[in-house]
Design a protein around this ligand. Structure first.
Ligand code: EZ4
Ligand code: CO
Length: 403
């Protein structure tokens, strides 16, 4: 029995907001879990502080599966992003503790390595096709084997996924959501041109990816996938919202471009049909938003039966704690596909010192016991929470309904 003595939530904003759960046991061993839910951070902080932490005190930190079931089934109210991010944070922290007690890096407890390194993809973007390709070239020079290309859309003032100025791109960019204008027609014309030029200039070897951010209808997505077939994408991401999983049948009928979806999924039920009908190729659920390592392993095991591979979300709103957990998972899981990497700001890295590293297109979680990531609480204290939201999208006629 390794008694949970105390637990607390740390909210900090070193260049962006992060919510971190710290669970302490009686032997002074502690674990960390990422509880960041972009734009809804304080809801998860309250869920943990007001409703979860009081139920954790005195429990055996070693009973990871039982505590997961207790929080999921015991709450009566199941699933949803707030609940599942909170459960994820507890789960990550408990795996961190167990691996520290064992004196092993977490991946060893998950079955050991299934590969030598974790292939990551980075984000290249620019206002024009030329700028985007130049950005991709710079990443490839740093060894990246896989690059996501996003470019400004001619005729649209701003595009999600593309920086406004020269500053580093951060999706949550305003204290009341920015409103962007969207035109499916303009977008659908611009993307094939980007990939035609991208493939021509960057060569046949590099993996090219693209993210639609749920902006299309199924039949539009089928058309885009078809138009992109000559450029052999690694994947087309979030082509449509997957609230209706059966909608992917229509896309699948029309294109052989590989499909990825699921960064907003929070449980296995969000992807059960997508996986069982083999409507997707990559599942993007993450340790941070889909119930932690315990639940993501269950999703991956289901996916493995149907040739679906993992492609975990890894944007800047996934803290270094989640990044570390993802890398341990990625290194061990048999049906790994790729891991997203959006480098954190220097301030974020300084608040969360970590053992993971990047080299020549691959990442490794390192050999520290546990997750291999810590939090500098004094540094965290210097950055108070700052409300920030993801942008909202409207069509050119001012309506919100299209996807
Ligand atoms: O919109 O991380 O693939 N990455 C993405 C990100 C997500 C944000 C949401 O919090 O789509 O930019
Ligand atoms: Co995405």
């Amino acid at each position: 029995m390794l008694k949970i003595e105390s637990a607390k939530v740390i909210v900090t904003c070193p260049a962006r907001n992060f919510v971190t759960l710290k669970i302490e046991t009686k032997d002074g061993i502690y674990g960390l879990g990422d509880a960041t839910l972009n734009g809804r951070e304080l809801a998860v902080a309250s869920y943990l502080t007001d409703h979860v932490i009081p139920c954790l005190i005195g429990r055996d930190a070693h009973r990871i599966e039982d505590i997961w079931q207790y929080l999921y089934r015991g709450a009566y109210w199941r699933r949803g992003p707030v609940t599942m991010s909170a459960i994820a944070a507890v789960d990550m922290a408990l795996w961190d503790i167990k691996a520290k007690v064992a004196g092993l890096p977490l991946y060893q407890l998950l079955g050991g390595t299934s590969r030598d390194g974790v292939m990551v993809y980075c984000h290249a973007n620019g206002k024009t096709i030329e700028e985007t390709i130049e950005d991709a070239r710079q990443f490839m020079a740093k060894g990246f084997k896989a690059v996501r290309l996003q470019s400004g859309v001619p005729g649209l003032k701003s595009t999600y996924g593309v920086s406004k100025g020269k500053q580093r791109y951060e999706p949550a960019d305003a204290d009341i959501p920015t409103e962007n204008l969207w035109s499916t027609e303009k977008y659908m014309r611009s993307v094939p041109a980007l990939f035609e030029e991208g493939r021509k200039q960057l060569g046949a070897e590099v993996h090219l990816l693209h993210d639609v951010h749920h902006r299309l209808t199924p039949i539009e997505a089928g058309r885009l996938g078809k138009d992109l077939e000559p450029y052999r994408l690694f994947w087309l991401e979030d082509a449509v919202a997957a609230d209706n999983q059966a909608a992917f049948r229509l896309i699948r009928q029309h294109t052989t471009t590989p499909l990825a979806v699921g960064e907003v999924f929070n449980s296995i039920w969000d992807c059960k049909q997508l996986v069982e009908e083999q409507l997707i190729d990559y599942i993007r659920a993450t340790v941070a938003h889909a119930g932690g390592i315990t639940h993501l392993r269950r999703i991956a095991a289901l996916a493995d039966l149907y040739n679906v591979r993992t492609g975990c979300h890894g944007a800047t709103d996934l803290s270094p704690v989640a990044m570390a957990a993802a890398l341990h998972f990625d290194l061990s899981v048999p049906n790994f596909g790729i891991q997203e990497l959006m480098r954190h700001a220097a301030e974020s890295d300084a608040v969360f010192p970590h053992a993971y590293s990047y080299s020549e297109g691959y990442m490794h979680p390192g050999e520290e016991p546990g997750l291999g990531v810590d939090i500098d609480e004094k540094a965290a204290d210097m950055y108070p929470y700052k409300r920030a939201y993801l942008p909202v999208n409207r069509l050119e006629d001012g309506s919100m309904y299209n996807w």
